[in-house]
Design a protein around this ligand. Structure first.
Ligand SMILES: NC(=O)c1ccc[n+]([C@@H]2O[C@H](COP(=O)([O-])OP(=O)(O)OC[C@H]3O[C@@H](n4cnc5c(N)ncnc54)[C@H](OP(=O)(O)O)[C@@H]3O)[C@@H](O)[C@H]2O)c1
Length: 261
């Protein structure tokens, strides 16, 4: 699969990457630039944002970096202003890591609200804004980045797991609603991925026997499978059918019970 596996005629001429400065977001941005899409890149920290913008411009596309906090009340209006004069055929909503990793009763409600705004309030508004003209044009794509935390409750992830579960269910419903419109919807679910955000929070990613995913790989996989929604769990190891999983467990259990067959 080449980086240019995404079709610029179908998903261009402009893409918005919310959370497009580093890690998975930078990989989305550069791969979309390789495919010839012009980009609006959004993140808070201007330096990384400008570095990514330069990497993309060097690939020959136009880039508009937009430094803002997607949890700010005026963020959606600012994004909309930025793209008023261009046609957006792809929305990638990547920002959304847990920003308040506390046990629920000991945490700060206002901080939990920011996790909700980053993962629910703002993406809903952006999908609503960009999805309608995509549907009218009969083409486009909406890719949202989810997390394995959506499938199981865990300590310090009460709110984060909840918003990611919302995202997955929302993507499934939106996919059904748009499935005959020509607009692709995909929730790309990540497991632990080696991003700067994860390194900053001090996750120990070098535990023997554990391999964190690579941002370039998961972004490439998401873009290549944009049309295979509603949900894709990233990683080849996650593509086994339920039958393969069941048979794998079955053979392992037989070995554990000493059955040589
Ligand atoms: N990394 C993992 O192990 C992992 C695992 C499962 C799921 N995921 C999901 O993958 C996505 C990317 O995660 P990540 O690890 O790269 O961390 P992240 O903190 O979501 O950062 C991704 C991008 O979003 C930007 N961003 C973050 N908060 C923002 C805000 N409030 N306003 C504007 N931009 C913002 C970051 O730049 P700035 O910091 O400069 O704003 C960066 O460009 C998230 O949705 C996360 O839930 C990640």
């Amino acid at each position: 699969m080449t980086d240019a596996s995404i079709d610029a005629a179908r998903y261009g001429p402009w893409a918005v990457v919310a959370g497009g400065s580093e890690g998975v977001g930078r990989a989305f941005a550069t791969q979309l630039a390789d495919a010839g899409l012009n980009l609006v890149l959004i993140a808070r920290k201007p330096v990384a944002l400008e570095e990514t913008a330069e990497l993309c411009r060097a690939r020959g596309v136009q880039v508009r970096p937009l430094a803002l906090d997607l949890t700010a009340p005026d963020s959606v209006a600012r994004v909309i202003d930025e793209v008023e004069d261009v046609e957006v055929g792809l929305l990638v909503y990547n920002a959304g890591a847990n920003t308040h990793s506390e046990e629920f009763l000991d945490g700060d409600l206002a901080e939990f609200q920011r996790v909700i705004d980053l993962n629910i309030t703002t993406p809903l508004a952006l999908v609503h804004h960009f999805g309608r003209p995509m549907r009218d044009r009969g083409r486009g794509g909406i890719l949202m980045v989810g997390s394995k935390a959506s499938s199981v409750g865990s300590v310090r992830h009460t709110v984060y797991g909840g918003v990611k579960a919302f995202g997955k269910t929302f993507a499934e419903g939106l996919w059904v609603e748009l499935r005959e419109s020509g607009v692709d919807v995909l929730e790309l679910i990540l497991g632990v991925t080696r991003t700067p955000a994860m390194e900053r929070v001090g996750l120990k990613l070098d535990v023997p026997g554990f391999e964190a995913a690579d941002p370039e790989d998961v972004a490439r996989e998401g873009l290549a499978h944009l049309g295979d929604g509603p949900v894709r769990l990233a990683g080849e190891e996650n593509q086994r059918s339920r039958a393969e999983v069941v048979l794998g467990v079955h053979h392992m259990m037989k070995k554990l019970f000493g059955d040589p067959a």
